[in-house]
Ligand binder design. Sequence first.
Ligand SMILES: Nc1ncnc2c1ncn2[C@@H]1O[C@H](COP(=O)(O)OP(=O)(O)OP(=O)(O)O)[C@@H](O)[C@H]1O
Ligand SMILES: [Mg+2]
Length: 187
Amino acid sequence: MKTANDGQPTGSRDGLMDHHCAADEGRALWRGNSLPMSATASPILLHTIENTLALGRELGTAARAGDVIALCGGLGSGKTHLSKGITAGAGSPSEVTSPTFTLVHEYRGGRVPVFHFDFYRMSSADEVLGLGWDEYLEAGGLCIVEWADLFPALLPEGTAWWRLSLEGKTGIHTALRLDVAPERPVL
Ligand SMILES: Nc1ncnc2c1ncn2[C@@H]1O[C@H](COP(=O)(O)OP(=O)(O)OP(=O)(O)O)[C@@H](O)[C@H]1O
Ligand SMILES: [Mg+2]
């Protein structure tokens, strides 16, 4: 399983901050210059929906067939908007909607096919497997999974984990690239 950072230099975290982001209250402001290739040192501030879409487009532009991007974060934290950006970055001309009542939406016609999953309404990992999860992983596309942290054992090694948040105090949306899957669901 390849990931977006396979074979890419990861650089130092300080370098990442200097090169890609502006200091803003000690945290990072996404400027859309380049893709965080490893865990981000601090949450990326997404002040506007366009910031979220731009981050997604960067991720989608760098993605290759076989990549998996796992998104976690509470209700309304921005997972679907990031997915929209990722899908656009992968070249799909289609409008992305949340696959709330189906396991997966497929977007073809871009540089790489995108399979957009939402585990929220799945009651068990077996239910996901029964709907053809393994076949999608092997189908040569980019898999994006909202609520991936509900069944983390299903996500293959090399999955790029992102945690989206809506900070209650500030009302600001943020994104953090994680090194590993969260230990428990991020609600
Ligand atoms: N910077 C931002 N990024 C993403 N969404 C934002 C931002 N600012 C405001 N919003 C709003 O936050 C909401 C995020 O919705 P979205 O569907 O992307 O979240 P979600 O994490 O997919 O939710 P769910 O858990 O229900 O699937 C939208 O109503 C959107 O308009
Ligand atoms: Mg969603």
